[in-house]
Design a protein around this ligand. Structure first.
Ligand SMILES: C[S@@+](CC[C@H](N)C(=O)[O-])C[C@H]1O[C@@H](n2cnc3c(N)ncnc32)[C@H](O)[C@@H]1O
Length: 273
């Protein structure tokens, strides 16, 4: 396929959420404009993001020797950007899955046509997070759980599915809700099952603060947590990003606010008679 045909195909596959390089001239964003920008109004209301730099900066700190010998898992992989970046940094294997055919088709299209970047030892699956344990996969070193927590009817079980497969680091990026007086709660929401960026179960929950996520991650067996982004501007929906590590001290050097889970005496307790 020459570049003109590639561009035509990429355009036909819109909307795109992730700008990914396919060769040194064509990316899923550059197929629409020379600077890779595509407004939501021209993209079925989906925002196009370029997450490469953020991914690479974080990986440089967490894995200064690169990702050689590491297994990378991306939950809700969309068009597969993080799986491709992890392979570029030397990961042995990347596995990404998404519940929507639309996105998995994009990921496989990029994989099939990538030139000048590694595209082998990457697998994509169209599947629901809750089905993941059935695959009985080997554990992963580094897991992305980005943009999926708040699309789940039971986000704690969902996060546990990913955590149980993670032996080193898990990145959790999620929208949050502001609920005065209930920082350690989850806020109920209903979402469309049909919109391409949404979940498929209709019922969804927004965490009310980074602190509630720290408690859940600690309960899931992570010893150290850092909030690397927290946009709490007191509007209805905010954004939080937390990096969690199995081992204490593992996140030294990573910029962010170290979070200590609640100590026993401060934990909300219910003592039934
Ligand atoms: C906001 S996008 C986030 C995409 C990507 N992870 C990122 O950070 O750029 C939400 C993604 O979650 C996927 N998704 C929603 N519910 C899912 C589920 N139960 N299992 C797997 N993927 C799901 C959607 O299809 C969509 O690709």
């Amino acid at each position: 396929m020459d570049n003109d045909q590639l561009v035509e195909q990429v355009r036909a596959m819109r909307p795109w959420h992730q700008d990914i390089e396919i060769n040194d001239q064509v990316s899923s964003g550059k197929a629409f404009s020379p600077d890779g920008k595509l407004l939501p109004a021209d993209n079925d209301n989906v925002s196009l993001i370029s997450p490469r730099i953020r991914f690479e900066r974080r990986a440089e700190v967490l894995y200064p020797e690169g990702l050689a010998g590491k297994r990378f898992l991306d939950c809700a992989c969309n068009a597969g950007a993080y799986c491709f970046y992890a392979r570029e940094l030397g990961a042995d294997y990347s596995f990404g899955f998404d519940v929507r055919k639309h996105w998995v088709d994009q990921a496989r299209f990029v994989q099939q046509h990538r030139e000048g970047f590694p595209a082998d030892r990457i697998e994509f699956r169209e599947m629901d997070l809750y089905e993941l344990p059935k695959l009985e996969l080997e554990p992963f070193d580094y897991t992305y759980f980005s943009g999926i927590f708040y699309h789940l009817p039971d986000p704690i079980t969902g996060l546990k599915v990913a955590a149980d497969l993670t032996r080193d680091i898990l990145l959790l990026s999620t929208s949050t809700a502001t609920q005065a007086g209930n920082p350690l709660g989850l806020t109920l929401a209903y979402e469309s099952r049909e919109k391409v960026m949404s979940g498929v179960h209709r019922l969804a929950w927004f965490p009310n603060s980074p602190e509630i996520l720290v408690e859940i991650l600690n309960w899931l067996g992570f010893a150290e947590m850092k909030v690397t982004k927290d946009v709490s501007n007191h509007k209805q929906r905010n954004r939080t990003e937390i990096v969690a590590a199995r081992e204490k001290g593992r996140l030294e050097g990573l910029e962010g606010e170290l979070k200590i889970p609640l100590v026993e005496g401060a934990r909300p307790h219910i003592d039934w008679m």
